[in-house]
Design a protein. Structure first.
Length: 245
């Protein structure tokens, strides 16, 4: 299948965004490692069967993400940036998972509020729909760079105060311990990839068309009782997952 067929086969997605996705994937696969830069605009335009303005828009978006950098008289250079490896296992912990890959880790609460559990949240936490839960919005950073944006739900009244504890410590593990949970395990993690939404662009510092990895995770206490259901979003060009066990 040609580049043109691949691009035009995704109805409803802007051509420049599709091209940016494919260039991003090619960079990740090491297709341009020999030169250290992406092919010229004219070559890319021919490859994808589009005009140079469309290619230019795709490269501009990748430059805004920090993936490439145009240099006058040289070309579009690939900016090397190692992905953070985040292991997912029975005892998944953000700080332990990132470990020595970053000098400084922190967590910030963006918002929190009580609300009735939706059908999805209730099913995940094994509670009845409309049961009171606490929703906590947060961002995690590594070396002051946003690497995840999460929405988590906790059953009330058991976890009254978990948002304040997380805000004070920057750690979900410490916040849960403050609420009496000494240890917990990951019951389930589902992973998908989507285009960044407007909220991702602001909270994760991404450009339109960027790809984010989405995890839906469920944690339970030592007795197997669900305690936290979270949906988290990670910049795909900055974080990769390793599923262990």
């Amino acid at each position: 299948m040609s580049g043109q067929e691949l691009v035009r086969g995704q109805s409803g997605v802007a051509l420049w965004r599709q091209i940016a996705d494919r260039i991003r994937a090619a960079i990740a696969d090491g297709n341009y490692d020999e030169t250290g830069k992406v092919p010229p605009e004219a070559a890319l335009a021919v490859s994808f069967g589009v005009n140079r303005h469309t290619v230019r828009a795709a490269l501009a978006a990748l430059a805004q993400e920090g993936i490439v950098r145009p240099v006058q008289g040289v070309g579009t250079l690939i900016m090397r940036r190692e992905r953070l490896n985040f292991p997912i296992s029975r005892r998944t912990r953000f700080s332990e998972g990132i470990g020595e890959q970053a000098r400084e880790l922190s967590g910030h609460v963006l918002d929190h509020s009580e609300e009735p559990a939706s059908v999805i949240v209730a099913a995940a936490l094994s509670i009845a729909p409309m049961t009171p839960v606490l929703r906590v919005e947060s961002v995690r950073t590594a070396d002051r760079r946003p690497v995840s944006r999460s929405t988590a739900w906790f059953v009330l009244p058991r976890f009254h105060g978990v948002a304040e504890a997380f805000a004070a410590t920057g750690s979900v593990t410490a916040a849960l311990k403050a609420c009496g949970v000494e240890d917990y395990v990951r019951v389930k993690t589902e992973i998908s990839a989507v285009h960044a939404e407007p909220g991702d662009l602001a909270d994760l510092g991404l450009a339109p068309g960027a790809i984010v990895l989405v995890t839906q995770a469920l944690n339970a206490d030592a007795d197997g009782i669900p305690i936290q259901y979270a949906v988290s979003r990670f910049p795909a060009d900055q974080v990769q997952f390793t599923v262990e066990g």
